[in-house]
Design a protein around this ligand. Sequence first.
Ligand SMILES: Nc1ncnc2c1ncn2[C@@H]1O[C@H](COP(=O)(O)OP(=O)(O)OP(=O)(O)O)[C@@H](O)[C@H]1O
Ligand SMILES: [Mg+2]
Length: 231
Amino acid sequence: MDLGVGVRVLIIAWTDLETALSAVARIRHFVTTTPQERDAAGNHVDPLWPTTGSVEFRDLSASYAETSSPILCNINLAIQPGEKIGICGRTGSGKSSLIATLFGLLYNRSGYVFIDGISIDTIPLSILRSNIIAIPQEPFFLGGSVRKNLTSWSSESSGQHVSDADMIDALGKVGLWEKLDLATPPGETGLDTSLDNIDAMFSQGERQLFCLGRAILQDGKIIVLDEATSR
Ligand SMILES: Nc1ncnc2c1ncn2[C@@H]1O[C@H](COP(=O)(O)OP(=O)(O)OP(=O)(O)O)[C@@H](O)[C@H]1O
Ligand SMILES: [Mg+2]
């Protein structure tokens, strides 16, 4: 190797190193300066929680920012296990915000939310969020296949395996399987269909039906539907 080649290799290695180091510095900055959610991580929770699914809002006031005025004021509501309730109110009245408090997404200014008699403040967020099934007002998709989108909530730690037959059954129940199956080339299954171009694939209402299918596959004591069939 002559000197010219040696210098060139050195310069390339040096610039690569600089690029890699600035990436590390950006990630470090992001990790150390991004505000973290409050979390009761580490608290022991009964692995069977919640066993019945009762929900109680007691004198709850909550806001979106720590210092802003509360969006929800002095809410008192007790929901018994197995009870189905509907919450009505004009647009902007706080229906979605009430649901968001169940997931620990708002700041509790005062009061409590109890699930099965345990204040959700004491439950680690990952456990809290994985135990409530939600169909949001705005359907969300991750890209990738139908299979991936139907089981995005499942992880090895959830211990819940979803079979192809269960997925097809859920899609059948919401009336989407036939459409997916017909659109699939021979040799593939509708579960492998890509949802990368969701606009061309499903209407707004069909996207909500897909989210309903996703919820059908989950096991849980509490399910919340935020205007899930509004379109
Ligand atoms: N992400 C947010 N950050 C700050 N404030 C918010 C946020 N989302 C909602 N709000 C405030 O909370 C109020 C209640 O909104 P929310 O979405 O809970 O109403 P809603 O009853 O679900 O309405 P809709 O029927 O239109 O879905 C809004 O008027 C707005 O001021
Ligand atoms: Mg809403």
